[in-house]
Design a protein around this ligand. Structure first.
Ligand code: AMP
Length: 191
């Protein structure tokens, strides 16, 4: 099985790029953000726990997202791998993921890091707020908190994966098609 992580700040284009990428390489796309929004929409206990944190732009506890990931790993057998989007987001999630994979005799194939400056991130999120009606995109202070959370808690993963030789950067400033091509070139080079 292949295990790719699509990585980058909120608004970098992870979700947009993940859908065609997963289709092309027969990967199961797992977006923890989407799974959490599904839990909230379904009014589940987990959704209730997560809602206030998501609305504030903070991270939900590691055990919640790790439980969701483990469930999806166990469920999909007819794929060539998984494309993780929005996970891991903290060092402890990354270490727990490595353990989870090691126990299955597997490892991360590569981290695809979408490179984009904070200013462009803010523009893209403002645009997405209008199209997708995401509560956490609409308020400026929540967006600022998510970007800050990314720099503080998620960016340290860059060194974690770089040290393992698994970290790869892709320019994410072009059109959706151009960025998609950059990503495919990278994935083909890792295969
Ligand atoms: P996203 O759709 O990836 O931008 O995620 C939306 C929100 O869901 C984030 O701002 C967090 O509150 C929460 N979330 C998603 N993935 C994770 C994760 N791996 N760890 C903790 N919180 C997460």
């Amino acid at each position: 099985m292949k295990y790719y992580i699509i990585f980058g700040p909120p608004g970098a284009g992870k979700g947009t790029q993940a859908t065609p990428l997963a289709e092309r390489y027969n990967l199961k796309h797992i977006s923890t953000g989407e799974l959490l929004r599904g839990e909230i929409a379904g009014g589940t206990e987990l959704g209730k726990q997560a809602k206030a944190l998501i609305d504030a732009g903070s991270l939900v506890p590691d055990n919640i997202v790790e439980g969701m990931i483990a469930q999806v790993f166990g469920k999909y057998k007819d794929v060539d791998g998984f494309l993780l989007d929005g996970f891991p987001r903290t060092l402890s999630q990354a270490m727990d993921l490595d353990e989870m994979l090691e126990s299955r005799g597997e490892e991360i194939t590569g981290v695809i890091s979408l490179m984009i400056p904070d200013e462009v991130v803010k523009e893209r999120i403002a645009h997405r707020a209008k199209c997708e009606n995401r509560a956490d995109d609409a308020r400026e202070e929540v967006v600022a908190n998510r970007i800050d959370t990314y720099h503080r808690q998620t960016e340290p993963l860059i060194d974690y994966y770089r040290d393992k030789g698994k970290y790869h950067e892709v320019d994410s400033l072009g059109t959706i098609a151009q960025v998609g091509e950059n990503i495919r070139n990278l994935v083909d080079s890792l295969a």
